[in-house]
Structures are given as C-alpha cells and as structure tokens.
Design a binder for this molecule. Structure first.
Ligand code: PLP
Length: 260
C-alpha cells in the first residue's frame, strides 16, 4: 500500500490549536503521513499570541531541502509565512522542486489581533506565491486585503474570487465564517463557475485554528487523490464537525476538535 504524504509549511502554535500542530493533527486523522517545515515559532495559548519568532531563512531552506531529497509530498499547504523573505524562499523552492497540489492559506492576522504576516509581505504573496497555488483559502478579511475589494455581500465576494483567480490561482475558496449570512457559506470559484457549500453556523467561542484545520483537511484530501470538489466537501464536513465538537481547553478561545 502506498501512503499519501502531505507537507505543511507554517508557524508553530505552542498552544496546539492552530498552525503546524492543527495541520499535523488533521493530516493524521485523515490518514495521511504529515511532514512540517516550521517558518516561525509563536508563543501562544487560548488567550492569544504573546510572541512571534521567525526562523532563520537558512533553517527553513534546509527543512525544505531535506524533504525534497527524500520525501516528495503528494500535496502541501502554506500557513503563516510572516515576511516577504520567507514567502520568496518558499515560492522559489516550490518552483525548483515542481511540487504539485499547493493549498495556500493566506494567514494574516490571528483572531486576537496578532500580526502573523507583515503588512508589506502581501505584495510578495500576490506576486510570487499565488501564481503557484492550486487552491487559495482566504477568509473574508484576507480576501479584502488581497484584492482591495470591500466585501459586504455575495456579489462582492464573487468579484473578489474572480480577482484572486486572475492572480493565477486555480481554485479560490472564500470562506464564509466572517460573513453575516445566517449560515456559514463557503464559495468556490474554478475560473469559470461558482459553487458553494452551506452549513449551519455554530455558536461557540472555541474556533481557534479553524482556518488552519480547514486548509489542512483539503490538503490531505488532495494528497489522497480527491478531486477539488470532493476535497472541498471533505474540508467543509471536517471543519463543521471540528467546530461542533469544540474543545473546552484553556480559559480563552479554545481549539476546534481534530478528532474526526
Ligand atoms: N497561530 C498560528 C501559528 C497560525 O498559523 C494561525 C492560523 O491562522 C493562528 C495562530 C490563528 O489562529 P486563530 O484561528 O485563532 O486566528
């Protein structure tokens, strides 16, 4: 039996609910072998982010090289990349290694307000990384930041998806968690058609790491050979269950539940 392998290139969350930790837990649950390249260490818990420590570029490059010479990923995702130097390094290595099935979660600001991407790095993300992305999974504020469109309704959300698609992304998924619809509506644009998945909105404060978990589930599905529509459905179902079975851990915003 061949084992599907997925890689996450992201930041570490010492509290275990988001970032690398959420990604690896999700890969494990979805029966994919998980690998990680750590771009930054965050000191955080359910109360928020207390410190951000980017890794040396050399350390990031070495991690990528070690994976490339021995363990080709079937799919990979990026999460917190923090600055333009890290974005450019990751994009250059992606091109060099010709890795396929890249899911970009354009992590920018943590729910508590901490900056996980420096402001001036947005341009590098658009110019260098998005043209390599198979799937891009912004939430509404991230889609606004990347496109400059202020998103107040579904028409504007569709316009933003078209704008992101034109930046070179194959499939854009704008998540509806921050929307004001009664239900959580996630929108997929494949460059010519729109489709959406709708789920009941769950009232809970324990949503730490939802974006990481959703994009990791899609990455695991792509590693397992799913079509984009099936990967989207699996990601939506996985995150819905994870929020529904939220974990009451810590005294702040607890994590979603990675046990499937
Ligand atoms: N910390 C790290 C390292 C992350 O990658 C992310 C993901 O976006 C977060 C924190 C954000 O967590 P939250 O879901 O609470 O915004």
């Amino acid at each position: 039996m061949t084992t599907a392998k997925a890689l996450t290139i992201a930041g570490s969350d010492s509290g275990g609910g988001a970032g690398i930790q959420a990604d690896l837990k999700t890969f494990q649950e979805l029966k994919v072998y998980g690998m990680s390249v750590i771009t930054a260490i965050t000191a955080q818990n359910t109360l928020g982010v207390d410190g951000v420590y980017p890794m040396m570029l050399e350390a990031i490059e070495k991690q990528l090289e070690c994976i490339a010479v021995d363990l080709q990923p079937d799919a990979l995702k990026t999460g917190m990349l923090f600055n333009s130097e890290i974005i450019e390094l990751v994009a250059n290595k992606m091109e060099q290694y010709k890795w396929k099935n890249l899911v970009v979660d354009p992590v920018m600001i943590a729910k508590g307000g901490a900056n996980l991407l420096q402001q001036e790095a947005t341009e590098s993300m658009k110019r260098k990384l998005l043209p390599l992305a198979t799937v891009l999974t912004p939430n509404i504020p991230e889609a606004e930041e990347l496109t400059g469109i202020s998103i107040r309704n579904m028409e504007e959300r569709k316009e933003a998806a078209k704008r992101l698609s034109a930046m070179g992304v194959n499939y854009v998924i704008i998540k509806g968690g921050h929307g004001d619809e009664k239900e959580a509506v996630d929108l997929l644009f494949d460059g010519s058609h729109f489709s959406s998945l709708v789920a009941e909105r769950i009232p809970t404060k324990n949503t730490h790491g939802t974006g990481c978990t959703f994009s990791a589930a899609i990455t695991a599905a792509l590693a397992n050979g799913y079509s984009i529509n099936d990967a989207f459905q699996l990601g939506k179902d996985f995150i819905h269950q994870a929020i529904k079975n939220d974990l009451h851990i810590g005294s702040g915003h607890g994590p979603t539940n990675h046990w499937a």
